[in-house]
Design a protein around this ligand. Structure first.
Ligand code: C2E
Ligand code: MG
Ligand code: MG
Ligand code: MG
Length: 286
């Protein structure tokens, strides 16, 4: 019950409010119902080549179509993690993203294969059966492992570094890629870049935002790109919102960008049209 689980379980809410536990329990129940009723879906945000504008992939992002409107992940992901619901929810998201990725690939064999990124939370990574679960999903959907990238944050890794390294190695052995998400917002970033099997580093938008204005942000981004060139991971700048930022990233040699300047996360059908009109946009740029 509530008493035995302790205060930490209510950290989503301001302490000292009597209504708090009830609101939390209601949200938790609503989340469970939502999963049963199929109220979740994925939006896809394009990942594009900084210079040519070609769409090389998409990040799958969960949306909850609740009876009272669309709910953003930051309201329900932390609760889903605390309650363990992220297990089934995250598995659903991964399978749906792979299914969709495979559908797009099959529909457009003439295109360069799309990379699909899916976020993995701390709770998911620490599940004992995560590797076999991912393997089973890849088998069921037929999605090629080398087109899948799993995004994890620095904090996820730091909670239990040794266990995380082992799991990441096993996941990579399936043939997929690992990305560090929100890079630069956690701690000991540089030391674990050495220790963890990382393929992609996603520079957090707090650094992207200062590009073109803030010399320190530019230096940090430049340093990560140099490090990438030296140690062999690729770089994505997140949260690109202005043409000025895009130009600065192109100048610094950042290969890939993602952000509202290119597109917001799109419904699957809208992403498909975006991908289909890629060449038109690239012609405009020339
Ligand atoms: P994230 O993985 O870092 O995803 C990027 C977030 O930045 C997304 O928020 C996206 O909509 C937003 N974003 C993209 N471009 C811009 C931009 O130019 N400016 C600004 N201000 N924001 C931008 P979203 O969709 O609300 O997702 C928030 C977080 O929720 C994600 O952060 C991720 O950590 C988590 N999340 C989303 N879907 C899943 C999922 O399927 N599983 C798990 N475990 N976590 C998820
Ligand atoms: Mg992400
Ligand atoms: Mg991110
Ligand atoms: Mg984030």
């Amino acid at each position: 019950g509530a008493k035995s689980t302790g205060k930490a379980r209510y950290r989503l809410f301001r302490p000292g409010t009597a209504e708090v536990p009830r609101a939390r329990l209601e949200l938790e129940a609503a989340l469970r119902r939502a999963l049963e009723r199929g109220e979740f879906d994925l939006h896809y945000q394009p990942l594009v080549d900084t210079v040519t504008g070609e769409t090389v992939g998409a990040e799958a992002l969960l949306r909850w179509h609740s009876p009272s409107g669309v709910v953003a992940p930051f309201t329900f992901i932390p609760l889903a993690e605390e309650t363990g619901l992220i297990g089934p929810l995250g598995a659903w998201a991964l399978e749906e993203a792979c299914r969709q990725g495979q559908e797009w690939s099959t529909a457009h064999p003439e295109r360069r294969p799309l990379k699909i990124s899916v976020n993995l939370s701390a709770h998911q990574l620490s599940r004992p059966d995560i590797v076999s679960e991912v393997e089973a999903i890849l088998k069921r959907t037929g999605f090629p492992p080398d087109q899948l990238c799993l995004e994890i944050t620095e904090t996820v890794i730091m909670t239990d570094a040794e266990a995380a390294i082992l799991t990441l190695r096993e996941l990579k052995a399936l043939g997929l890629q690992i990305a560090i998400d929100d890079f630069g917002t956690g701690y000991s970033s540089l030391s674990y870049l050495k220790r963890f099997p990382v393929d992609v580093v996603k520079i957090d938008r707090t650094f992207t935002s200062g590009l073109g204005d803030n010399p320190v942000d530019s230096e940090i981004v430049a340093a990560v790109i140099r490090l990438a060139a030296a140690t062999g991971f690729t770089v994505v700048a997140e949260g690109v919102e202005t043409e000025r930022q895009r130009r600065a990233l192109a100048m610094l040699g950042c290969p890939l960008i993602q952000g509202f300047l290119i597109a917001t996360p799109l419904k699957a059908t809208d992403f498909a049209s975006f991908w289909a009109t890629d060449t038109d946009r690239r012609a405009q740029r020339r």
